[in-house]
Ligand binder design. Structure first.
Ligand SMILES: [Zn+2]
Length: 388
């Protein structure tokens, strides 16, 4: 009789339930509380009562399935560990059916034995006919090797056989093993088990969760940011305000423009500023700067195409900006392929000082950056040219 591997969701049994739940097993062994009468039944033919087909399957595989016999995952060579996990995950928990599970020998007066119905209540549970103890498959596969006294190895290495502690309501040893919250070692192992079972499709599933709506929202949000930046740039407006905090009555041109756009469109309003996820508002100064850089590269590319193979003049001027940084602007003057004289503002860069050498290096850098050759310069103009 081949038992069907339980669905993964069943590993997350609600914590509130107890071992004495009403779940009835439809399979032959009908379990009830073990009584004194049961205790009189002698152990017999334990090994032979294990379902034969289960053994046959075990024999054909490379890994020992009996949890009492198999080596620990961490004892396997590193290169075998993944393969072993794949094997055990695909096989599912080892849950052999025996007509009569053996009694434990600890307490002769209150002898108890493993119940087949526990498999149904605790799908992670495994039983070893060899050691006559119970184990946990996810913990066996994914728990860390216990170091010293930290961490329990009852359900992984030693095996559990204190059956008396199972039918004790909320103190049920199996529930205790599962733990009360998601951070318990067992639940962690179960999550690993689930992820591992999903295998390569797992990442796809995660990505799929970023639904089309999330993507569309993000694109609209980014579009608002780009359009705001483009508008401000064309109108030569400053982006930032003196006080951009949320309490400010004027958060600067950029934020105020985004707010204006949002106020005229429900759809936009739904995805920008406070309605955007905290880590993807697309309004940070660095984001503005990045988009501005991309726009400027596009403009420079078009200017470069306009110049083609023409010779050109450069016009250079320096100024100090509001933050007392020296800036150098470079304008190109050239004749385009229609024979018309053009003047194009190509770039503005920070310079550490206005010494001739510094300016020369900066000019060279800008020209090189735009794939223009110094040899093609046919004139130079500087404001305050004494320096040059
Ligand atoms: Zn476990």
């Amino acid at each position: 009789m081949k038992r069907k591997t339980p669905p993964i969701s069943s590993f997350f049994k609600p914590v509130g339930s107890t071992c004495n739940s009403t779940a009835e097993d439809a399979n032959p062994p009908k379990e009830t509380e073990i009584t004194a009468v049961d205790a009189q039944t002698p152990d017999k033919n334990i090994e032979s009562s294990v379902v034969v087909s289960e053994q046959a399957r075990v024999g054909s595989t490379a890994y020992e399935r009996d949890p009492g016999k198999r080596p620990q995952i961490w004892d396997l060579p590193i290169d075998k560990q993944v393969e072993a996990r794949q094997f055990y995950v695909s096989e599912g928990p080892y849950q052999p059916y025996m007509r009569e599970y053996p009694y434990n020998t600890d307490e002769p007066k209150h002898r108890r034995r493993f119940q087949f119905s526990w498999f149904k209540q605790f799908p992670w549970l495994e039983y070893s006919p060899f050691s006559k103890r119970a184990y946990c498959l996810p913990c066996f596969l994914f728990s860390k090797k216990p170091v010293g006294k930290s961490g329990s190895d009852t359900f992984t290495v030693v095996g559990f056989d204190r059956w008396k502690k199972v039918n004790s309501g909320k103190d049920c040893a199996f529930l205790t093993h599962m733990g009360k919250d998601a951070s318990s070692a067992h639940n962690y192992s179960t999550r690993c088990f689930e992820n591992f079972k999903d295998g390569t499709t797992h990442i796809d599933k995660v990505i799929e969760k970023s639904s089309a709506k999330t993507i569309a929202d993000a694109r609209l949000r980014l579009k608002v940011t780009i359009d705001s930046i483009r508008w401000l740039t064309f109108q030569a407006c400053a982006f930032r305000g003196h006080d951009e905090s949320s309490g400010s009555i004027n958060q600067g041109n950029f934020l105020e423009l985004v707010k204006l756009l949002a106020s005229y469109n429900k759809e936009v309003n739904g995805v920008v500023l406070d309605n955007a996820p905290g880590n993807a508002k697309y309004i940070a100064h660095s984001v503005q700067q990045e988009i501005l850089d991309l726009l400027s590269r596009k403009v420079q590319k078009i200017i470069r195409e306009e110049i083609g193979n023409s010779k050109f003049c450069i016009m250079v001027d320096e100024a100090r900006d509001e933050s007392k940084k020296e800036q150098m602007a470079l304008v190109l003057r050239f004749v385009n392929n229609e024979g018309i004289i053009m003047e194009r503002f190509l770039d503005v860069v920070h310079v550490s000082d206005t010494a001739a050498l510094t300016l020369k290096q900066s000019i060279y850098a800008i020209l090189a950056d735009n794939n223009l050759s110094v040899q093609d310069i046919r004139g130079q103009g500087y404001d305050g040219a004494s320096n040059m």
